[in-house]
Design a protein around this ligand. Structure first.
Ligand SMILES: *Cc1c(COP(=O)(O)O)cnc(C)c1O
Length: 394
C-alpha cells in the first residue's frame, strides 16, 4: 500500500471532495437540509457552558458547516473562516460594520457595486465614518489618499459594470504598511479564478447569489477572512444576528460542487463572444480584461486564472430608443440585473450617474452582457438580429 501523504489537490477536486461526511449522512452523498432553530443540550452542565457542536439555529447547522468547509478549501490556506449572510449586499454591510468604528476613514474604489456606495454614503456616513472614492487604476498612488484614521480599502476586481482592473497587490502593499485592511468584492471571478486572500486581501466577499448559486434561484452572501480579520467578522455576524435560510445554504453547497465546469464554460463562451463583438461594426469597444487589448489585461493575467461570463460593450453612438429596440428584439438575452446564472442577460448601464473620483465618458451607449450556458452560435444569431433592429431604428 502507498503510505505517502496525499498530494495537495487541485481546486476542481477540492470543490468535489471537501465538506463531505458520508458516514454521518448514512451513506448519502449530500447532507440533508436542517430546518432548525432550537438545539437541545443533553445536560444542564452542557447548557451552562453552551457546549456542543451546534448551539443555536442562527449559528449554523451541519449543512452550513459543509458549505463553509468547501469554500474554505477553495480559498486556500490563508482562509481562517467563512461567514454566511443572507445576500451579497449583506456581506458588504456586515463586513464594513464589523471592522469600522465612528471616526474611521475608508477608501473605496470608484467602480464598486453601486449599493456598496449607497451603504457607505448612507449608513456609514450617519455613523460618522468618512468615505473617499479613488480611481480604480490608481495602483500604489493610493498612498497619497491615506489619512491617519484610514482603516479600510474596499476594492472590486474588476468592477462589475465598467471592468477596470485595480492592481490589488500594489494597493495591499500600501494599505498594510499603514495598518489598514483590504477588502475585495470577489463576486466576478470567485475564488476559483481569483485567490484574493493569497494576494494581500484580508477579507474576500462574494455575492454567492451569482456564480456559486449559479441558477438564479437564491440570495446568499459569503465573507472569507484571514486570521487577522476573522475574529472581527465572527463577532460582527454574531452581534448583527445575520444568517441564511437552510434551503439556500443547501443550494449554495450544491452550486459549489459544479462551479468549476460552469465557470469554465462561462470563461470560454464569454471570451468567444467578446472577440466576436470586438469585430462587429456596431461596437466601438469591448470591456473585458481577458482581451489582450484591454488596459487591465496584464493584471488579469498576473492575478487571475480565468474570467467569468460578465463583460460590457460600448456601442457606436446611437439614440437610446434604437438601443431599446435592439434589447426588445433579443430573445436569448433577457433583461435583468442579477447575473451568474445559466442564462444570458443584456442591460444598459450608466456609470456617470454615480461616479465621483473618475469621469466615465464611454462615447456611446453601453450594454452589460452576461454570457450564459447557451450555444454561442445561437447567442451570435440573437445579437445579429438585435443589431439589425438597432440599424433599422436609427
Ligand atoms: C450582485 C452583487 C452584489 C450584491 O449581491 P446580492 O446577493 O444581490 O445582494 C455585490 N457585489 C457585486 C459585485 C454584485 O454583482
Amino acid at each position: 500500500m502507498d503510505s505517502s501523504p496525499p498530494s495537495p489537490q487541485q481546486a476542481e477536486t477540492r470543490l468535489v471532495t471537501s465538506g463531505r461526511d458520508t458516514k454521518a449522512q448514512k451513506g448519502f452523498v449530500n447532507p440533508p437540509v436542517f430546518h432548525g432553530s432550537t438545539v437541545l443540550y443533553p445536560t444542564a452542565e452542557d447548557l451552562h457552558a453552551h457546549r456542543g457542536e451546534f448551539t443555536y439555529g442562527r449559528h449554523g447547522t451541519p449543512t452550513t458547516v459543509a458549505f463553509q468547509d468547501t469554500l474554505m478549501a477553495l480559498e486556500g490556506p490563508q482562509c481562517a473562516g467563512v461567514g454566511i449572510v443572507p445576500s451579497g449586499l449583506s456581506a458588504i454591510s456586515t463586513t464594513l460594520l464589523s471592522v469600522l468604528r465612528t471616526g474611521d476613514h475608508l477608501l473605496v474604489c470608484d467602480n464598486v457595486y453601486r449599493p456598496s456606495r449607497n451603504f457607505c454614503n448612507g449608513m456609514l456616513a450617519r455613523l460618522g465614518i468618512e468615505t473617499t472614492y479613488f480611481d480604480p487604476m490608481i495602483g500604489a498612488g493610493i498612498e497619497k489618499l491615506f489619512k491617519p484614521n484610514t482603516r479600510v480599502v474596499l476594492v472590486e476586481a474588476p468592477g462589475s459594470q465598467s471592468f477596470e482592473m485595480p492592481d490589488i497587490r500594489a494597493i495591499a502593499e500600501v494599505a498594510h504598511a499603514r495598518d489598514a485592511l483590504v477588502i475585495d468584492d470577489n463576486t466576478w471571478a470567485t475564488p476559483l479564478y481569483h485567490r484574493s486572500l493569497e494576494q494581500g486581501v484580508d477579507i474576500s466577499m462574494q455575492a454567492a447569489t451569482k456564480y456559486i448559486g449559479g441558477h438564479s434561484d437564491i440570495m446568499f452572501g459569503t465573507i472569507s477572512a484571514n486570521a487577522k480579520a476573522w475574529p472581527q467578522i465572527v463577532e460582527g455576524i454574531r452581534l448583527l444576528g445575520v444568517c441564511a435560510g437552510p434551503d439556500d445554504v443547501f443550494l449554495a453547497l450544491r452550486g459549489l460542487r459544479t462551479l468549476s465546469v460552469r465557470l469554465a464554460q462561462h470563461h470560454r463562451s464569454g471570451l468567444d463572444m467578446a472577440r466576436w463583438l470586438a469585430a462587429r461594426p456596431e461596437v466601438a469597444r469591448v470591456l473585458h480584461p481577458g482581451l489582450e487589448t484591454d488596459p487591465g489585461h496584464a493584471i488579469w493575467k498576473r492575478d487571475f486564472t480565468g474570467a467569468s461570463g460578465l463583460f460590457s460593450i460600448v456601442l457606436k453612438p446611437a439614440p437610446q430608443k434604437a438601443v431599446d429596440t435592439m434589447l426588445n428584439t433579443l430573445k436569448l438575452f433577457g433583461m435583468g440585473f442579477s447575473w451568474g446564472g445559466f442564462e444570458s442577460l443584456a442591460i444598459p448601464f450608466d456609470c456617470d450617474a454615480y461616479r465621483t473620483a473618475t469621469k466615465w465618458a464611454p462615447g456611446g451607449p453601453t450594454l452589460r452582457l452576461h454570457i450564459g450556458l447557451e450555444s454561442t452560435d445561437d447567442l451570435k444569431n440573437d445579437l445579429d438580429r438585435g443589431f439589425a433592429a438597432l440599424k433599422a431604428a436609427m
